[in-house]
Design a protein around this ligand. Structure first.
Ligand SMILES: Cc1cc2nc3c(=O)[nH]c(=O)nc-3n(C[C@H](O)[C@H](O)[C@H](O)COP(=O)(O)OP(=O)(O)OC[C@H]3O[C@@H](n4cnc5c(N)ncnc54)[C@H](O)[C@@H]3O)c2cc1C
Length: 559
């Protein structure tokens, strides 16, 4: 077992190191996605476990850590117990129906893009990074290349009443892409063209399968960028569907604020355009925002018009340390109150810093850390940085340091972005549960301190990190999915954090979305009336419940 895992880990490292810089920049998620089509059986690891394996390999470089011990602790559980999502509500399709549907799909797309191979179907049965286990395997996987093909696919599925689940970067964390009722998984990754770039208007029209990292590589020579940065490997379509945000939401807002318009194929096969390309519009119901955050339950997004930003003239990245997460959160709050225009305020606890050091061979202080970014002109950023430094000193912060070179700054944000996977070094082979609460800013210090107390008392290794300027934070809890007590402990920790957040007028998800994991909190957070309204919208637009069924809205509000 240990030897097989060693081979697995070194094969992964070889693949990672031999990948192109662009692929490496997209992180392990992209390797996982590549494996979807090519060689999933080769290593048999999920994206999370690939991260765990790579982190273990990286730790080989460090004298303090015994690699063979780490490998022995890697208990890769390929058939993890299904947690929470054990309902099997698969609609059984007759062999004839599947044959008829296949014939129509093959007429719509090239034959080799309509796949029934079992490996590929299994690879589309869940996201790579979620702890939620596979419930059912889709009957067919389709890889459309155009909007017209998506229309034909959805129309064929509507005709035979077959469920449709979009699948893109597979970085979502709450079981969003589980094909609970089998059917067709639509892999959007072949639709990644930039259709139109309007420099004068500072907007771009893209297909949904393009990743945010790829898009930013394309935009850079034009002096522009798109400011949302969720998991490396995430696509614009998936980002719309989850209403994601990331580290720069504190300055630029979430996906809700950065999409001008989109096109989507709804359940009956109609292609709907939600808005004009103008920056503002008051023309009727806001269909753009109805689809943003709909997680594939209302339609398949096929085109997105995005608002772009100028790459700032100057950026300062500063780091400082604190004795407690509460102190660090208080500084984040004070900074926001001061009116300083930060573009990022990220909080990482001391355990997260230790994991980052181990996984990246770094030597950062293993203390609660705040990372700031300030952008603008050279003079402005320098002046604002001094103001931040003063606030930090007033709140017992220490070791205020700057990242100097562009390469150093880029590396810091990359390390921060991959912190989720770095956590794996603390217990290679374990599963990871990621929590995601968000409270009004004034409650952040209290809420995050409560969570830290719970996490410190837990027997499970865990890390804590926050988009502190937004009041949004995550714990990453490592557990053995085959150990009932550990599963219960992880769920209890997550549950406690959500209930704390709800009691402070917060939400069960600041940015990751609902999927299957957060459905149980929806009524408590929003009330039965709001849930009934969501159910009415879902029934009106998707009366046969074909679009990503079983997500967001609990069954009782869908009937
Ligand atoms: C290391 C890491 C860091 C992360 N950091 C952040 C963060 O900082 N902020 C944040 O918000 N999230 C973060 N995430 C979560 C994740 O990256 C986001 O939820 C992301 O938006 C998902 O995009 P995706 O392309 O991977 O979508 P997928 O996981 O493929 O799909 C997500 C959902 O969108 C639907 N969908 C996908 N494409 C379409 C489409 N074209 N039309 C309709 N529905 C569609 C799917 O059916 C599914 O319901 C992180 C994840 C990881 C692994």
């Amino acid at each position: 077992m240990a030897m097989a895992q060693a081979r697995t880990a070194s094969a992964l490292l070889r693949r990672y190191l031999s990948a192109s810089p662009a692929t490496r920049a997209r992180g392990l998620a992209s390797l996982s996605a590549d494996r979807t089509r090519n060689s999933r059986k080769e290593d048999g690891l999920s994206g999370w476990r690939a991260g765990a394996a790579l982190a273990a390999v990286t730790s080989l470089l460090l004298p303090a850590v015994s690699f063979s011990e780490e490998l022995q602790r890697m208990s890769v559980q390929q058939s993890a117990e299904t947690i929470e999502t054990s309902k099997d509500v698969s609609r059984s399709l007759s062999a004839d129906t599947i044959e008829d549907l296949l014939a129509e799909l093959r007429a719509a797309c090239d034959e080799d893009r309509v796949v029934v191979d079992v490996d590929e179907r299994e690879a589309h049965a869940k996201s790579w990074n979620t702890y939620h286990s596979v419930v059912a395997i889709p009957d067919i996987v389709v890889h459309p290349k155009s909007q017209e093909e998506v229309v034909a696919i959805v129309k064929a599925c509507a005709k035979y009443k077959v469920p449709v689940t979009p699948f893109a970067g597979a970085t979502s964390l709450e079981g969003h892409t589980l094909t609970l009722e089998k059917g067709v998984s639509i892999n959007m990754n072949s639709m990644k063209k930039v259709k139109e770039l309007h420099l004068d208007d500072m907007d771009v029209i893209v297909e949904p399968g393009i990743g945010w990292i790829e898009l930013n590589e394309y935009l850079k020579p034009h002096g522009l960028f798109f400011p949302l940065d969720p998991g490396p490997g995430a696509t614009i379509g998936g980002m719309c569907a989850t209403r994601c945000s990331g580290s720069m939401a504190v300055r630029y807002g979430t996906m809700r604020d950065n999409v001008i318009s989109l096109k989507a194929v709804v359940a009956n096969g109609d292609l709907v355009k939600t808005a004009a390309r103008a920056r503002k519009s008051a023309a009727g119901y806001d269909l753009t925002r109805l689809l943003i955050g709909s997680e594939g339950t209302l339609g398949v997004i096929t085109e997105v018009t995005l608002r772009l930003q100028k790459i700032p003239e100057a950026a300062v990245v500063a780091m400082c340390n604190f004795k407690s997460v509460g102190d660090a959160a208080s500084v984040a709050i004070a900074t926001m109150h001061s009116g300083i225009q930060v573009s990022r305020v990220e909080l990482l606890d001391e355990v997260m810093m230790k994991a980052i050091n181990l996984a990246n061979d770094k030597n950062y202080p293993e203390e609660v850390t705040l990372m700031f970014e300030l952008i603008g002109t050279e003079a402005y950023t320098q002046e604002q940085t001094l103001r931040v430094k003063k606030i930090v000193e007033e709140h017992n912060g220490s070791d205020f340091v700057f990242a100097d070179t562009p390469a150093e700054k880029e590396e810091l944000w990359k390390i921060r972005k991959e912190a989720f996977w770095s956590t794996a070094v603390l217990r290679p082979g374990a599963e990871a549960m990621v929590t995601d609460v968000c409270v009004p800013l004034s409650r952040l210090a209290e809420c995050i301190s409560n969570s830290k107390t719970r996490l410190l008392a837990s027997s499970l290794p865990n890390t804590l990190l926050a988009h502190a300027g937004d009041g949004n934070f995550h714990a990453i809890i490592l557990f053995d999915p085959t150990n009932k007590e550990e599963v219960e402990e992880a769920l209890e920790l997550s549950n406690g954090m959500v209930h704390d957040s709800l009691s402070m007028e917060g939400t069960c998800t600041g940015e990751h979305g609902i999927g299957v994991g957060k459905m149980k909190y929806m009524e408590k957070e929003l009330g039965a009336e709001a849930m009934s309204m969501m159910g009415s919208i879902k029934r009106a637009l998707d009366p046969s419940n074909l679009m990503n069924p079983g997500k967001i809205i609990p069954d009782k509000f869908c009937q």
